[in-house]
Design a protein around this ligand. Structure first.
Ligand code: AOF
Ligand code: ZN
Length: 357
């Protein structure tokens, strides 16, 4: 592996340590290298706090400080040029006299978007771009989708039987997936900002939609209930996480009001109209309120409308290979999909699809 790639790889490793703590900001890692030796390392640790470059430069030992102005700074995302919660990293790099910066990928955030790189170059700093670019973009796929497509990153998930049925039409939960794949689903819940289900799923399955079987956070719960028919004893109303109900009848104040820095949401009623695509209205509400990703957990009709409107990025399908049922809804049909990976967990096969570009 070439030298630049090697150090960028380390940036990616460091960046990944911010997973679960920095959203809706991107994960970013940085290393400072002098003459083949890493003299500083850092990453964006916590939303609202110091950026990777700051932590990297601050990590340099006193006896190496004089080497900073003879070092190369590697950073997985373009250094910022704006005053956000912290001052611009580009200014810091210039002030510390770093002569060469190697950037993984451009920052799509409107206030940066190339301006960080320009600022460095204007100050006479050599800037190398696009090192491990694909990997750097992939690490922050949610952030990139949000800022370039102006909608959240969408993960579809469902469990189906061996004969492609998704759930019973009669009441009650149908246990299609096994204990291990259930745990995996909770991990997936911990990774997305929001989770979305339709009315029938809420009514028939009564899911809690929280992450109880894995580490980390639970997503904000989004539920479609056009005519406010869902009874209040359902688990989505247990108050353990905010729940936003998309409906055509009422709107409550400050449904999406951000109470906490990393996207705390009050929950309540969010009014939508009957004559515009529900998918579009949900995505728009999320976009307006900085919700960068959604896990869509069903049911079949809601999943299918995301597929039909080509509003999805990944689909993760759990198939119980030993179970067949007579009744039940047909599983959604993926369009424009490419299979990227398949795993086997006991009786379940998990297939990962990506939407074709
Ligand atoms: C960097 N290094 O480590 C990160 C960057 O609100 P702020 O001040 O934290 O700024 C957030 C924006 O800064 C975020 O949307 C993204 O464009 C950039 N994140 N930039 O130079 C970092 N995390
Ligand atoms: Zn910055």
């Amino acid at each position: 592996m070439a030298v630049h790639e090697q150090y960028m790889h380390r940036c990616l490793q460091l960046a990944g340590m911010g997973a679960g703590f920095v959203a809706p900001n991107p994960m970013v890692g940085a290393v400072l290298v002098h003459d083949g030796r890493i003299i500083g390392e850092g990453y964006h640790i916590q939303y609202g706090q110091a950026h990777a470059e700051v932590n990297c430069i601050n990590s340099v030992a006193a006896h190496d400080m004089h080497l900073i102005e003879k070092s190369v700074l590697y950073v997985s995302l373009e250094p910022c040029a704006h005053f956000g919660k912290t001052p611009p990293c580009a200014d810091l790099i210039i002030a510390r006299g770093i002569p060469h910066v190697v950037v993984g990928c451009r920052d799509p955030f409107k206030q940066v978007d190339g301006k960080g790189i320009e600022k460095l170059r204007a100050a006479g700093i050599e800037v190398t771009t696009g090192v491990l670019e694909k990997e750097c973009v992939a690490l922050n796929k949610r952030f990139f989708c949000f800022h370039t497509k102006h909608r959240p990153y969408i993960v579809l998930k469902w469990a189906q039987t061996a004969n492609n049925k998704i759930a019973t039409l009669s009441a009650g939960r149908l246990l299609i997936s096994n204990a291990v794949s259930n745990k995996l689903v909770h991990k997936w819940r911990s990774e997305e900002a929001a989770i979305l289900i339709g009315t029938n799923t809420a009514m028939l399955d009564d899911p809690a939609l929280t992450n109880r079987l894995w580490f980390g956070k639970s997503p904000v719960r989004l539920v479609i209930d056009m005519h406010l028919r869902l009874p209040h004893h359902l688990q989505i109303f247990d108050g353990k996480q905010p729940t936003v109900i998309f409906n055509s009848l009422q709107h409550s104040e400050d449904v999406f009001k951000v109470l906490l820095p990393a996207g705390g949401i009050r929950g309540g009623l969010y009014q939508v109209t009957e004559d515009v695509s529900m998918v579009h209205q949900v995505l728009n509400a999320c976009y307006q309120n900085n919700i960068q990703s959604i896990l869509v957990e069903g049911g079949a009709r809601l999943l299918q409308s995301f597929i039909d409107e080509e509003a999805w990025d990944e689909a993760r399908i759990i198939t119980n290979e030993t179970l067949t049922i007579e009744q039940g809804l047909p599983a959604p049909q993926l369009l424009n999909a490419m299979l990227v990976k398949q795993d086997r967990i006991f009786t379940d096969t998990i297939a990962f699809y990506r939407a074709k570009p």
